[in-house]
Design a protein around this ligand. Structure first.
Ligand code: GRF
Length: 188
């Protein structure tokens, strides 16, 4: 049995989707959902799904003592970042080599790095008149959005695309592919 911890700071639609995807699995279990934002909708989702919630802060994350203990206590094998906005400390990344997986709403290396999250990404894509965008699933290293790419899926950006319409198209790709790619990595 592989155990996952999902980290998120926002609405948690991907977190919920992953939890539902593995809810009847004999091979994968969600140990807990970790957030740095106690007001985020991801908290309500975790409660509804009856998944334990672990709260962290920027300081506590950087210190990594309490969180390391939680991860060990729950026997977490893989960490999934689904809209987690804090940068992970190097000691955490080094403790889970090739075991931390992030989802990014663009075709990295384009539109990655500090400040490139959520609608900011889609704004930039449209402003630069890109003809395609997509999603990237990658391993996390100590640099923002620069770990080894596991999977990408492209989509066409239409001439009259808006931030909202692009966001919607990207979201559909994320919901379709993220759990499947996680499963593939976990069970390889
Ligand atoms: C997703 O678009 C993901 O690509 C990015 O953050 C967003 C999280 O959305 N890393 P949600 O919290 O899963 O709704």
């Amino acid at each position: 049995m592989k155990k996952l911890a999902i980290f998120g700071s926002g609405t948690g639609s991907n977190a919920e989707n992953i939890c539902r995807y593995f809810s009847n699995s004999n091979c994968v279990k969600i140990a807990f959902i970790c957030t740095n934002n106690k007001d985020a909708f991801i908290v309500s989702r975790a409660k509804k799904l009856e998944i334990p919630i672990v709260y962290t802060t920027k300081n506590s994350l950087n210190n990594f003592t309490k969180l390391r203990k939680k991860l060990n206590d729950y026997g977490v094998d893989y960490i999934i970042l689904a809209g987690f906005l804090l940068k992970l400390p190097v000691k955490m990344v080094n403790s889970y080599p090739q075991k931390i997986i992030n989802l990014h709403p663009s075709l990295l290396p384009k539109y990655g790095g500090r400040g490139m999250y959520g609608a900011n990404v889609h704004h930039a894509v449209i402003k630069n008149k890109e003809t395609e965008s997509g999603i990237t699933i990658h391993f996390v290293n100590e640099l923002y959005d620069e770990g080894r790419v596991i999977f990408q899926k492209k989509l066409v950006v239409s001439v009259n695309e808006t931030v909202k319409s692009l966001e919607k198209k990207i979201r559909l790709l994320e919901l379709e592919y993220f759990p499947k790619i996680i499963e593939k990595i976990l069970l390889r």
